[in-house]
Design a protein around this ligand. Structure first.
Ligand code: 4AD
Ligand code: MG
Length: 467
């Protein structure tokens, strides 16, 4: 084979009809008759397959035999306008080289219509399906959109550590990192494990959030964002929770809660618009195959302002709904941590657009949030989305040293571990705000997938760390 390879996406974008081309990829299907065979080839660059027309006057049946679903090929031939419906051009094969066969007896992706559960069990092969090809191309594009958005706004991408000795959210959901021999743990006189001999000389874990270090950076560089893996050992087997997920956390000096809400709304809209503008083929495929309202929902988010209201107002609406006969699985009362069904009721049934809830009871939020004068609530904000519930969690931060110390003491957070964080409030403290967007929750929204395990290549969930 002598020609340079062209990606299939480029074949469709720049019509080179009338030229000799070379494509490489994996066979999706082969069909035809004794005179002519049609091979649908996909190379992952686009959801579209290129049709290879194989004239049996040029190739023997024997040569074509190993070309089965899943096998990999290099094809050279003339690119011509297609006679068939549904495609613009096709390749009349002159030369075919088979790189690798895929035994039809054992290759699991034969026919279409596998369940999502089955595809999860073959997560090493599912990127070869149309659905997961689309999802992972969109995932890439969303990552690019996120960097572009913040870069263009003058934010700096700041790398926070994955191994940490502090629990940012204080929820005790951390995975421990240790090199200690678990069969021979050293204990002190009280029976507590001695960490002084461990790798870091103290107890260390995988991070649940880069926010605390993000705040250090924001109070120096002004506006930063993080974008990296985050780990939570929460035993919630839901379609919205992963043990390892990716989070984007912007943090901005001098921003108050309103600036924070404005940033969150502009940011999500930018990402959704990016998906429609740059991944339309893939989004359209997912719309047609899985979720006929997907595109409508994405466009809807762009058109509408998000509703902004307080937690207290939100609870009132939910209580009224209960009084009016609406049944929730979990109880509603002031002080409750809202369940996804409550969040979705506000978004999908009541307002019919995204909602930003603010000023939550301090008991259900983290220690670092700015305390309101009422002594009961903090300047938190959660962005709630249709089909998802909470997609963003954030707040204005408590910048007052004494108030922050008091809260840390109230919650019995070990003060000595927090000394470096408290320094931000000791030296040139400023109002500042930030939030965290769960990358996979954004992807659930943009792809219309129903389960978070299907928007990350290799999901990590309770009892599952395969691949
Ligand atoms: O609301 P969370 O816990 O907020 C924080 O971690 C803050 N430190 C963020 C900040 O202010 N910088 O998490 C933020 C978002 C959630 O809204 C959700 O989208 C996502 O992270 N998230 C998860 N996504 C998947 N699986 C999980 N287990 C998640 N937990 C949180
Ligand atoms: Mg939250």
């Amino acid at each position: 084979m002598s020609l340079k390879r062209t990606k299939i996406v480029d074949i469709f974008n720049a019509s080179a009809v009338g030229q000799q081309v070379c494509v490489k990829g994996w066979v999706r299907t082969r069909r035809g008759n004794k005179n002519v065979q049609f091979v649908a080839l996909n190379d992952g660059s686009t959801i579209k397959n290129i049709q290879i027309v194989v004239d049996l006057a040029k190739f023997s049946e024997e040569e074509l035999k190993p070309i089965t679903t899943g096998s990999s090929l290099c094809v050279e031939g003339l690119l011509v306008e297609s006679q068939g419906k549904g495609q613009t051009c096709e390749i009349q094969a002159d030369k075919i080289e088979i790189y690798g066969t895929a035994d039809p007896e054992s290759y699991p992706l034969q026919k279409k219509g596998h369940t999502m559960e089955f595809l999860r069990d073959i997560a090493h092969l599912r990127p070869r399906t149309n659905t997961f090809g689309a999802v992972f191309r969109i995932r890439h594009n969303m990552a690019i959109a996120i960097h572009k958005f913040f870069h263009e706004k003058g934010f700096f991408y700041f790398h926070t550590p994955l191994i940490t000795a502090s629990d940012c959210e204080g929820a005790g959901q951390m995975f421990q990192v240790t090199t200690m021999n678990l069969y021979d743990l050293k204990k002190d006189e009280n029976g507590s494990i001695r960490y002084d001999g461990d790798f870091f000389g103290k107890q260390a874990s995988l991070t649940v959030s880069g926010q605390l270090e993000g705040e250090l950076a924001a109070t120096a560089l002004g506006a930063i964002y993080t974008f990296g893996p985050t780990f939570r050992a929460e035993n919630s087997n839901t379609p919205r929770h992963l043990a390892e997920f990716w989070m984007i956390e912007p943090e901005v000096a001098f921003n108050d809660i309103t600036d924070n809400m404005d940033l969150a709304e502009e940011f999500i809209k930018y990402c959704v618009k990016w998906a429609l503008d740059n991944c339309y083929d893939d989004v359209k495929f997912l719309n047609d195959m899985f979720d006929k309202e997907l595109i409508e929902r994405l466009e809807g988010v762009l058109k509408q302002d998000f509703v902004r209201l307080t937690y207290t107002e939100g609870i009132k609406i939910l209580e009224d709904a209960v009084a009016g006969g609406h049944k929730f699985e979990f109880p509603v009362y002031w002080g409750v941590d809202l369940a996804s069904e409550h969040e979705r009721f506000l978004v999908e049934d009541h307002f019919k657009r995204p909602v930003i809830l603010t000023d939550y009871p301090k008991e259900i939020k983290a220690f670092y949030m700015k305390q309101n004068d009422d002594g009961k609530t903090v300047r938190a904000m959660d962005v709630l989305f249709p089909k998802i519930g909470e997609i963003i969690g954030g707040s204005e931060r408590e910048e007052n040293y004494d108030k922050l110390i008091n809260r840390i003491e109230e919650l019995n957070i070990p003060m000595k571990d927090m000394w470096w964080y408290l320094d931000t409030r000791k030296f040139g403290t400023v109002p500042h705000s930030g939030f965290g967007l769960g990358f996979e929750r954004l992807l659930l929204f943009v792809t219309g997938m129903a389960n978070i395990r299907d928007v990350i290549p290799f999901p990590r969930t309770p009892n599952n760390a395969e691949f």
